[in-house]
Design a protein around this ligand. Structure first.
Ligand SMILES: Nc1ncnc2c1ncn2[C@@H]1O[C@H](COP(=O)(O)OP(=O)(O)O)[C@@H](O)[C@H]1O
Ligand SMILES: [Mg+2]
Length: 369
């Protein structure tokens, strides 16, 4: 398990719930969203939009940032429900009612349909402009499809109630086609698509977030950049933040006057072992290979292993497990990826007339004293 961080105060800008002052690479999208909702809400036209993108593309953060901006500009009230937590239609509507602070005896024992009707009646007399954001609706659509279509056509039957309401949905892009086919009301909802951040962008985001920390001056600029570099290879930015925080916490403990690049490397390679086994930082293939390396290491008490030996061992494991064998090129690419993640190090060594071979090094298990 990823060690639960005792989030020291100074690490808060790297926590999941923190909303950064700026969203680099998403400024255009943010102003598009702002314009869309500002206009729609002023025209009382029940603005509705679907924000899609892969994991870690900034969907949730954009929603939170938009809400903050609209609250300042319009005094907009907002309700955000994370459908990966409130994962049934009933729970979603109950949550909305709950957040709005509506209390009534009628709520208890009502069906989802009744609750929604209840909500509509509430909007009829409460004229406060409200944005309802449902985050991660991919967790809902496997359910039945009542709620989303009902919400989308709310303005057809309840014109008056929806004058002050706006809707915003976010979903993983993977379900987009499916969503538009299964809920036909979505076909006329405008879509804003976020692209996956490039590695370069992730690096810059990490660097930016690190710059928000007040760190001890013993961290050099170069060492901080290096910390960002190391975490750039993880697709999930929140995981990268958690990794960053651990590295920083650990590096802080080093009794050195200056924390330089090599100290960071040292901490990182110790760190990565405890992150490895269960965490989603590694793909299944990477975990398998990592385990084979560990076994080989135990066997021979070497800290370095020839890549040809590893390939042989890998093939044997696949045979034993009746697993489909991947090509050598693919295997090689996985090793490259593992090196980028700091799990292994490779170096080419010449064996004289026996040719050259790549040796694989693995950091040693941290002593758990
Ligand atoms: N442009 C950005 N600038 C700064 N931090 C960002 C940016 N985009 C995403 N993040 C951070 O990356 C993490 C993942 O973003 P998130 O909004 O949760 O993505 P999604 O909801 O698409 O999975 C969050 O901690 C968020 O604060
Ligand atoms: Mg999200």
């Amino acid at each position: 398990m990823i060690p639960e961080l005792k989030t020291q105060d100074y690490l808060i800008p790297l926590s999941r719930s923190y909303i950064p002052p700026r969203l680099p690479f998403r400024e255009k999208e943010l102003s598009e969203l702002e314009f869309f909702y500002l206009t729609g809400i002023k025209l009382e036209s029940f603005p509705t939009l679907l924000l899609i993108g892969p994991k870690s593309s900034g969907k949730t953060t954009l929603v939170l940032k938009l809400i903050e901006d609209l609250r300042i500009k319009l005094g907009l009230r907002s309700v955000v429900v994370d459908c990966s937590i409130e994962n049934s239609e009933y729970k979603v509507v109950s949550k909305i009612i709950n957040i709005l602070g509506i209390t009534s005896r009628k709520i208890k024992g009502s069906s989802t349909e009744e609750l929604l009707f209840f909500l509509v009646k509430y909007f009829n007399y409460d004229k406060l402009k409200t944005l309802i954001a449902l985050d991660n609706i991919e967790y809902l659509i496997v359910d039945n499809k009542f709620l989303l279509s009902a919400l989308l056509k709310l303005d057809e039957s309840f014109k008056e109630a929806t004058k002050n309401v706006a809707l915003l949905f976010t979903a993983n892009e993977k379900i987009f086609e499916n969503l538009r086919q299964s809920i036909k009301e979505f076909q006329r909802v405008p879509v804003l698509k976020l692209n996956k951040y490039t590695k370069e962008q992730v690096y810059n985001i990490l660097k930016y977030r690190i710059s928000l920390l007040t760190l001890h001056p013993k961290f050099t600029k170069r060492s901080l950049e290096h910390i960002a570099e190391l975490s750039t290879n993880y697709e999930d930015i929140n995981l990268a933040f958690s990794l960053l925080s651990s590295i920083i916490l650990e590096a802080n403990r080093i009794r050195k006057e200056k924390i330089i690049k090599s100290s960071v490397d040292e901490v990182f390679s110790k760190m990565i072992i405890s992150y490895n086994q269960e965490s989603s930082l590694l793909s299944d293939e990477e975990k398998l290979i990592f385990n084979i390396i560990s076994e080989l290491k135990k066997d021979r008490s070497f800290s370095q292993i020839k890549s040809s030996l590893l390939w042989k061992a890998y093939r044997e494991v696949c045979e034993k497990k009746r697993k489909k064998l991947i090509s050598y090129t693919k295997f090689w690419n996985i090793l490259v990826q593992m090196e980028r993640k700091g799990i292994i190090k490779r170096s080419v060594k010449s064996f004289g007339r026996f040719g050259r071979s790549t040796l694989i090094f693995v950091p040693n298990e941290p002593s758990r004293a």
